[in-house]
Design a protein around this ligand. Structure first.
Ligand code: NAP
Length: 520
């Protein structure tokens, strides 16, 4: 059994006491163990602030970008090893593992490009500034400088590699050291990733530390220059927001949480058309990719009442090719859920939705046919499609995120009704609408936007190009209002803002231009 360690104060350290066991969710076998008890997180944060911070701030954006590029390259070289770690610890198929690993290297490479573009500066100035009084000389600028603290990143179990890399890319490029804490149950790929980066000696000492297991008292040591970026369940996010030091010391916090993402099929779309086929393809992918364990996966599907039976038939047909079983095999399209708790939660969640009035119209919540796997040992469920004919009168279907390969299909009568049904989710990461009627498409986009961090507009001209709505791109913001946590990450250069202090500077325009090096 491998014993994993944390990387703190520039060295690998094992915790003491009771260890958490990481399992292979396809077989139930133990693959590694880890503990963080006894580790001094206060000292680790101080080390990151005092050693990693100055080293990063001394680098220009271009130099930090070059560092991210090296990180991306080093990880790409061990891609197969990372994929294997993901398969055995997260239960992801090769394709789903690649989604996580390539997402990590791709995001680092993307931010390497942002760093190159920002060039030989160590801070940013927004826009041209403004004249502040009648005289033309007294001028105001907005400066963005790296915070002097540390960024603590706490991530969910479903994207061990991408979650670590997407947050680290923005913080490191901004010039802020990181202490990253992936979820314990699927930490093996993140551990391998961290080992690779440490061995490659790409980062300055103290720039990236790694907590391998429970967070312990980590967050209690954060102060006014520090930031906390959290991804996970709404309950944990709310608990972190309520922590005394987070409130009293104004620790900047970003929360990415649960989401009941929705897809809507426009009234104008004919069954069988290109736009319709794209909708079916996207829905099927969103239900089954990563066994439905994506924060951006579609949980609610709204379709015009007149076409609901046809959609169920076509979506069922698309789902019928999804084979389930041993994630090592190429012929398997969907692996198990990532851990035993997830398995229990997904089954309990489906039972609650069914009890609340949803009917099973495709799949079986109790059993699934498996390829080369034992249902008694692994955390398997098959894709399940539910139907709810009274979404206006139902509550649970808009509230309960079942974090697995499960979606509920529901009818709507009008565009306004559909928008208000989507809004019942109280804030999502992504909503997608499929529509070719220009006027209606505008109404969909503007209706869905206040409730979603991202809107995908699927129409015939992009039917063969559009990515499915669950895919997060580094160039577009990720996050959403309300239940989704109210946070925002990525979005190109915007992703750096969380780590930078925006300060307005007022003074003599010519002097500021010189001092801030604005004429360069
Ligand atoms: P979780 O149970 O809230 O755990 C998330 C992270 O928080 C883990 O690293 C966990 O560590 C840590 N944690 C738990 N208690 C903590 C505490 N008291 N102090 C500090 N850290 C603590 O969520 P999950 O089960 O991993 O993830 C599933 C949820 O995440 C789903 O609801 C999904 O929608 C959401 N999610 C959202 C996004 C997004 O971008 N919006 C992305 C992915 C997932 P341990 O593992 O060590 O307990």
């Amino acid at each position: 059994m491998i014993e994993l360690e944390s990387y703190l104060n520039g060295e690998w350290k094992a915790g003491t006491g009771k260890k958490a066991t990481l399992k292979n969710p396809a077989t139930g076998e133990a693959v590694a163990e880890t503990s963080t008890s006894g580790l001094d997180f206060a000292a680790a944060l101080t080390y990151a602030r005092d050693v990693g911070g100055p080293a990063l701030r001394a680098m220009t954006f271009a130099e930090r970008g070059a560092m991210l590029k090296e990180m991306s390259k080093a990880l790409h070289e061990v891609r197969d090893e990372l994929i294997e770690a993901s398969i055995i610890n997260a239960g992801t198929t090769r394709s789903d593992s690649k989604f996580d690993i390539d997402g990590a290297t791709g995001t680092l490479a993307y931010y390497a490009g942002v760093g190159k573009r920002l060039g030989d500066r160590t801070y940013l100035v927004e826009g041209e500034g403004e004249q502040l009084t009648r005289g033309a000389r007294f001028w105001g600028h907005h400066l963005l400088v790296p915070r002097r603290g540390v960024a603590v990143h706490i991530n969910a179990f479903n994207f061990p590699a991408w979650g670590l890399a997407e947050k680290a890319a923005c913080a490191l490029l901004a010039g802020v050291p990181v202490v990253t804490k992936p979820a314990t149950s699927t930490i093996l790929p993140a551990y391998r990733l961290m080992k690779t980066l440490v061995d490659a000696k790409i980062l300055p000492d103290g720039a990236l530390s790694f907590v391998c297991g429970s967070a312990g008292d980590l967050v209690t040591h954060l102060g006014p220059q520090d930031v906390l970026a959290f991804t996970g369940s709404g309950d944990t996010g709310a608990m972190l927001r309520r922590m005394d030091n987070v409130i009293e010391r104004s620790v900047r916090i970003n929360v990415e949480a649960d989401s009941l993402n929705a897809m809507v099929l426009g009234e104008d779309v004919e069954a069988g058309s290109d736009t319709y086929q794209m909708f079916i393809r996207h829905a099927s992918r969103e239900i089954t990719q990563k066994t439905g364990q994506k924060c951006t996966a579609t949980r609610r599907v709204f379709v015009p009442e007149a076409i609901i039976d046809r959609v169920i038939e076509d979506l069922g047909e698309a789902l019928s090719v999804v084979t389930v079983g041993n994630p090592h095999l190429d012929e398997v399209r969907m692996g198990p859920l990532s851990n035993e708790q997830q398995h229990r939660d997904v089954r309990a969640g489906m039972a609650k939705l069914i009890e609340s009035g949803c009917k099973v119209v495709w799949g079986d919540p109790e059993k699934v046919e498996l390829i080369d796997a034992d249902a008694a040992k692994g955390c398997f469920v098959g894709p399940v499609l539910l139907r709810n004919d009274a979404p206006g009168e139902s509550t649970l279907v808009h509230e309960l995120e079942v974090f697995g390969p499960v979606s509920t299909i529901m009818p709507y009568g009008s565009l306004d009704e559909a928008v208000s049904l989507v809004a019942r989710g109280e804030g999502g990461l992504v909503a997608s609408c499929y529509c070719d009627d220009k006027k209606a498409l505008g109404q969909w986009i503007l209706g869905l936007a206040p409730h979603s961090g991202r809107v995908l507009a699927g129409s015939k001209k992009v039917a063969d190009q559009a990515i499915s709505p669950g895919m997060v791109l580094p160039s577009c913001v990720h996050g959403g209002p309300g239940r989704a946590g109210g946070g925002e990450e990525l979005g190109g250069e915007r992703g750096l803002n969380f780590y930078l202090q925006r300060t307005s500077v007022q003074g003599d325009r010519a002097l500021l231009d010189r001092v801030l090096d604005l004429k360069a």
